[in-house]
Each structure stands twice: as structure tokens, then as C-alpha cells.
Design a protein around this ligand. Sequence first.
Ligand SMILES: *[C@@H]1O[C@H](CO)[C@@H](O)[C@H](O)[C@H]1NC(C)=O
Ligand SMILES: *[C@@H]1O[C@H](CO)[C@@H](O)[C@H](O)[C@H]1NC(C)=O
Length: 256
Amino acid sequence: MVSTKSLLLAAFTTITAYAAPTKGPCKSLTPTLPTTGGDELVAPSPTARLKKIVIGHGIQNYTCSAPDATPSATGALAVLYDVTTLYPGLSKSALSSEAFNALPHALLWDRPVPLNRPSNSSYSADTSAPFPAHNDLKGLANYPSLKYAGHHFFDTVGTPTFDLDVSGMKAVVMKTGNVAAPKDADKGVLNTGAVAWLTLADTGKGMSKGVNLVYRVLTAGGNPEACDSAAVSAKETGGVQVQSVPYTTFYWFYEQ
Ligand SMILES: *[C@@H]1O[C@H](CO)[C@@H](O)[C@H](O)[C@H]1NC(C)=O
Ligand SMILES: *[C@@H]1O[C@H](CO)[C@@H](O)[C@H](O)[C@H]1NC(C)=O
């Protein structure tokens, strides 16, 4: 899996800090946003404060309106779990950087998408009530329990929203940067590839609370399949094919 120079460096700094004889509280360690090794997102400014790291598990939605069209992204739904204290060096229960970076892959393949489904088939979610009860994620092989943190969805006017209801924080954002996921990223359960890494900044409409800058990094899965001409032309779909593709990722939340 992806293991980046900056992440390793951060882990190394951490280990050094822990190995040093402790006089008073540990130095505060600043997690370093992972890098792709290729084109990179613009890093947060040094004054931006990291508030939370979560892992999201859900679906990326797409529509195809013509058989030869490129699927068009129409939104996403995901349940978010808090992994902040699992970041290497941030607490006694922290993971190794290898284990931390492998979390999106592990979760994507170990668990079904944690959304209510309208029927047994496909990865779609129930439109009126997609989110199940706010459960922690327990029993993921080789990992501790992950605390439920909130939901990711697109609001009624299609704005990406992160409702971190447990901590009372909220990010209502727009995409301001994107770079391709690394070539060795997890291609997902449909083998379609990992969605791009993103920078999502506050919309400026005063709807965010406590966090106003979000990074989507270490993505697994989520890219669309090619448009299916049979599905597009099927009468019952009204000429539109809707796809929902499972994905996992880390979201890093900052206040700047
Ligand atoms: C789900 O599948 C089971 C068994 O295949 C079937 O009995 C049930 O009716 C299905 N439920 C829905 C909502 O399609
Ligand atoms: C995504 O598609 C599902 C159906 O699979 C639907 O329930 C949900 O409302 C859609 N959400 C967005 C944001 O497009």
C-alpha cells in the first residue's frame, strides 16, 4: 500500500519523541498529510490546525445519460469513523504507519457498505433513509474499534457536506484541488480504480462549524464503471444509468 516519505518521516519523528526520556508532557506531534508520490495537493498552510482524521466508507454516485458518455459524478454518501488517535504516535493506542495506511483497504474489503439498501442487489443506498443507526465499527480484523464520527453526503443543492455530529463540527465545502491517486492504490471491489485525492474548501456561506478545510487522501475504490449501453437505453431507467460504487478513504479536517 501507499507509504509515503512524509508519513514515514512523521512516524520516525514520533518514534524518536517517544524514545526520548520524558520530562513533562510529550511534545505535540503534528501529523503530516500523506503525499501521492506524483502530482501533489497543495498542503495546508502551517497555521491551519488539524482537528480530526476520519475514515469514510460509502458509495460514490454517477450517472450515464448516453451509452458512450463518461460517467458523471453526482454525489457520495459515507459513514465516518474517528481514527485521529490511531495516527502513528498520537496516543498509546496509535497504530504503526503501515497499519494506519492500510486501513482504507482493510475496511473496504472486510465490511459491506454501511448504508441502508433498498434491496439485496447492487451497492445502492435507500434514498429517503440511507444511514443506519450510529454504530461504532467493531471487530475489523487486526484493528481496534473505531468510533462513529458522522456522515458525509451532498445536501439538497448538491454541496458536499460533512456532518461530524459527535463532535459538533461541520464542513460544507467545494472542490478546490484534485490529483490522481497513486498507481498502486486499491482499485476497489469493482476493480475500477481509486477516486482522486481532493482538497475541499469552505464554500464561504457560513455553514461550516469548527472545520473549514478537508482533504480526501489514501482513497480505495470508488471510480465508475464504463457506461452500460443496455442500462442507459432501458425504458425503466428513463434513459439514465445510475451507478453507486463502494469506496473508502481518509478525510483530514482542518480549521484555518
Ligand atoms: C432479499 O433476498 C432474500 C433471499 O434471497 C429474499 O427472500 C428477500 O425477499 C430479498 N429482499 C429484498 C428486499 O429484495
Ligand atoms: C446516491 O445514490 C443512492 C442510490 O444508490 C441514493 O440513495 C442517494 O441519494 C444518492 N446520493 C447522492 C448524494 O447522489
